[in-house]
Design a binder for this molecule. Structure first.
Ligand SMILES: NC(=O)c1ccc[n+]([C@@H]2O[C@H](COP(=O)([O-])OP(=O)(O)OC[C@H]3O[C@@H](n4cnc5c(N)ncnc54)[C@H](OP(=O)(O)O)[C@@H]3O)[C@@H](O)[C@H]2O)c1
Length: 364
């Protein structure tokens, strides 16, 4: 590889790193970083997108300019936008800056942009290089890309289990399977998500708080999916000072007279069936790029079957719960052959004290 190519990769990696600084805050927008070099190849500015409604990465980089960008080049991990949203189109700013070359890692999957930004740049005479470090850029924004393509939120399923693969005792007295250290790690994971989903039974049995304990502001939206609406009138999730909560119920099975148990500060929405895909779609429409399913075995199984789960995080604790009085992480998938089963790939292992955290991607 030539020195010139190494240098292009270096600047694109810098743009991707800058983009990653918006990891917990940009949703529903993508994570974007931009780097500007002058005509001699010296760094003259950089920026990243921090939050929806705030300037895009390109605009931040232009705001931070220390020298004229005329004749220079830009590195950006996502195609610059060409539509007016809460902020003006970035393409106009790039063109009027006099920049001559732009390295774009990937096209924007948002149909308002999707290739149109690149076309406008080319028509204005800029030399556009597409595809540098594309794999890294796809990975960085996989949640945003997934939502734009499928109209569903990118789903991560998290559960904790004993070494014999059990997620709790049937009598509900299994708080906690994992250590305090692993549970604090879960709080920090939650900060990466826009919403956290459980089913009605987990609310009844565990009464969880489901916050990042202040690591994300505002906290992720807490979502309860219920078929019955048989929810308690007292619950940690009804404390609206900590975080927002929405109860989504299946109107074909729920007893709507039970709605009166839910306080007014909690949002309520109905769907026409118990298909978890409906939750994923509602959350995607609300701009949730990435959602965490912290539900128990029955909803987890339904969520996997309906393709709502793209990644899995499993905590394994050195405890044995035994079979009779405990629960499997999943219900029945009704497989008849081993080749039909759910496959996990890209496994990452880490040790938290004497517990193991396994991250994996799900391939069906
Ligand atoms: N170890 C772990 O990581 C972990 C995590 C979460 C939960 N748990 C344990 O799991 C137990 C609860 O398990 P669970 O499976 O009943 O979990 P859940 O998270 O409560 O999910 C099941 C509930 O979701 C609602 N639901 C909506 N659509 C559904 C669908 N299509 N299929 C199934 N349910 C749907 C129903 O609520 P309604 O009944 O209100 O209609 C149903 O009872 C608790 O004991 C809890 O402690 C363990």
């Amino acid at each position: 590889m030539s020195n010139k190519n190494i240098s292009h990769i270096k600047w694109m990696k810098r743009a991707i790193f800058l983009a990653s600084l918006g990891k917990n805050t940009t949703s529903p927008n993508p994570k974007v970083g931009a780097v500007i070099l002058d005509k001699n190849g010296n760094l003259i500015s950089e920026g990243f997108h921090f939050k929806a409604g705030m300037p895009h990465a390109e605009a931040m980089a232009f705001n931070n300019l220390q020298k004229d960008a005329k004749g220079g080049s830009m590195y950006v991990n996502l195609e610059p936008c060409c539509h007016r949203g809460k902020t003006p189109p970035c393409v106009d700013q790039v063109i009027s800056s006099g920049i001559k070359k732009i390295y774009i890692s990937m096209q924007d999957p948002d149909e308002r942009v999707s290739g149109k930004g690149i076309k406008l740049l080319e028509e204005a005479g800029l030399k556009v290089h597409l595809g540098l470090c594309k794999k890294e850029s796809l990975d960085l924004n996989k949640d945003f890309i997934h939502r734009n393509i499928t109209r569903k939120s990118f789903g991560v399923l998290k559960w904790a289990m004993s070494i014999d693969g059990r997620v709790g005792l049937k009598n509900g007295k299994s708080k906690w399977i994992t250590s305090e250290e692993s549970r604090s790690l879960v709080h920090s994971f939650r900060a990466e998500f826009d919403a956290i989903i459980i089913g009605g039974n987990t609310l009844r049995k565990d009464d969880p708080i489901l916050t990042s304990r202040g690591l994300k502001k505002p906290e992720p939206l807490r979502v309860v999916f219920t078929k019955s609406l048989d929810l308690p009138s007292k619950s940690n999730l009804w404390n609206c000072n900590k975080a927002k909560t929405i109860v989504i119920y299946d109107s074909s099975t729920a007893d709507e007279s039970l709605l009166k148990r839910i306080p007014k500060c909690v949002e309520v929405a109905k769907v026409s069936s118990d298909n978890p895909e409906l939750i994923s779609k509602i959350l995607a429409d609300r701009g949730c790029n990435k959602v965490l399913w912290e539900c128990g075995p029955r909803l987890a199984t339904a969520a996997v079957k309906s393709n709502c789960i793209q990644e899995i995080i499993t905590f394994i604790a050195p405890k044995i719960l035994g079979g009779e009085n405990s629960m499997n992480p999943f219900g029945d998938f009704e497989y008849k052959e081993i080749h039909e089963t759910v496959k996990l790939t890209d496994l990452e292992f880490s040790l938290i004290g004497d517990e193991i955290c396994v991250k994996s991607e799900l391939k069906i």
